[in-house]
Design a protein around this ligand. Structure first.
Ligand code: NAG
Ligand code: NAG
Ligand code: NAG
Ligand code: NAG
Ligand code: NAG
Ligand code: NAG
Ligand code: NAG
Length: 305
């Protein structure tokens, strides 16, 4: 339409080269005419191609086949070209007027399954994590409007952890006042798994989260380790038990749990006298110290009465 407008202005110039005054008088109507064309095209455009909407998965596992679709409403327009881009580079094009209508470009173009891809869809096989990122579809209507619409979406291609999460805790029995310390390790993947904890069904924050690099060829893989560290209060136990669950998720693609049941250790005189298993001597020693402190404070208070 811009070309059309220039052409009108050009004809006028040739006709009116000798009569500059007249040219200025006529410039106004020609400008209005041009504006009218622009407006008309704009209005026609609004009634043509519309409602573009990209539909790609949020995340897929590496190596799988992915359907990407791009919906649009042509209304009275006809399709001129449908293009797909990844990170700004075109990888697939569909032009109904050409034979064959499909063309592909670049490394990602080689992954297009041509006989499953068309004016609304592109199907890609064997995607690897380096194809995580922004995808764009662009649709253009044919003449007279040549309206072009785009929509974008972001897709993660994930290397999922190979294996289950594992929990490790310092010990099994705890008394009120003890600190529960443990961690949950999820095998490496890219991106690393999200790790969360619940204790008797109640969410508890991790004390730390680490992503540990584990290089594997070109793909950087990360192992997740989350720590749990909390002090037991009288309400912590449910029927003398703590059910601790570590949840590991990678989008909707990997959802696994590891759990452990810890037990309440009721204070007994025997434990104060040091008959606990030797491996828990650290915890017991602290308790003995506290018991003596309590006893000392009690004696002190008594002596003041
Ligand atoms: C892709 O689309 C085709 C046809 O619509 C369907 O049969 C297939 O299951 C889809 N594949 C995936 C991975 O969604
Ligand atoms: C698509 O092409 C492949 C070979 O490139 C062929 O094996 C497959 O049968 C074709 N599928 C359809 C639906 O035409
Ligand atoms: C993506 O990674 C694969 C290996 O997983 C490699 O062969 C390919 O060259 C990489 N492509 C790009 C664009 O980095
Ligand atoms: C995880 O817990 C185990 C057992 O308590 C411990 O040996 C290990 O050092 C812990 N690892 C980290 C990273 O905290
Ligand atoms: C857990 O972490 C969130 C976000 O960092 C914070 O808002 C919340 O207060 C924390 N909860 C506890 C019990 O520390
Ligand atoms: C671990 O990696 C994820 C994704 O790469 C990132 O969002 C998160 O902040 C990282 N966590 C830590 C503790 O480095
Ligand atoms: C981790 O959780 C955050 C917040 O819910 C989410 O945005 C992100 O996509 C998750 N990452 C993975 C790898 O599941």
């Amino acid at each position: 339409m811009i070309r059309r407008r220039k052409a009108i202005a050009g004809e006028k110039n040739e006709e009116d080269t000798m009569r500059s005054a007249a040219r200025y008088r006529e410039a106004r109507p020609s400008l209005f005419a041009s504006l009218f064309v622009v407006l008309a095209v704009f209005v026609i455009g609004v009634h043509g191609l519309k409602d573009i909407s990209i539909d790609i998965p949020l995340a897929v596992a590496a190596g799988t086949t992915v359907n990407m679709s791009c919906g649009y409403d042509l209304e009275s327009d006809t399709l001129y070209v449908m293009k797909w881009y990844y990170k700004g580079s075109e990888f697939f094009r569909f032009v109904p007027k050409e034979m064959p209508p499909t063309s592909t470009f670049g490394e990602l173009g080689n992954k297009v399954i041509l006989n499953k891809s068309d004016a609304h869809r592109v199907v890609l096989r064997d995607l690897q994590p380096n194809y995580t990122g922004k995808y764009l579809c662009e649709v253009s209507g044919d003449s007279p409007s040549f309206t072009t619409l785009v929509d974008v979406g972001y897709m993660h291609v994930a290397n999922l952890p190979k294996g289950d999460p594992q929990v490790r805790f310092e010990k099994i029995r705890y008394a009120v006042g003890d600190t529960v310390r443990g961690n949950c390790t999820v095998p490496s993947g890219n991106p690393p798994a999200n790790v969360t904890w619940t204790v008797n069904g109640v969410p508890v924050n991790s004390s730390f989260i680490m992503n540990v690099t584990d290089k594997l060829g070109d793909n950087q893989q990360l192992m997740s380790i989350a720590g749990l560290d909390f002090e037991i209060i009288p309400d912590s136990f449910s029927n003398g038990r703590l059910h601790i669950v570590c949840n590991a998720n990678v989008f909707h693609l990997y959802k696994k749990q590891a759990d452990v049941r810890l037990m309440e250790e009721r204070p007994r005189l025997a434990s104060v006298l040091g008959t606990r298993e030797s491996s828990y001597i650290g915890g017991a020693a602290i308790q003995i110290k506290e018991w003596f402190l309590d006893a000392a404070v009690t004696l002190l208070l008594c002596s003041f009465r």
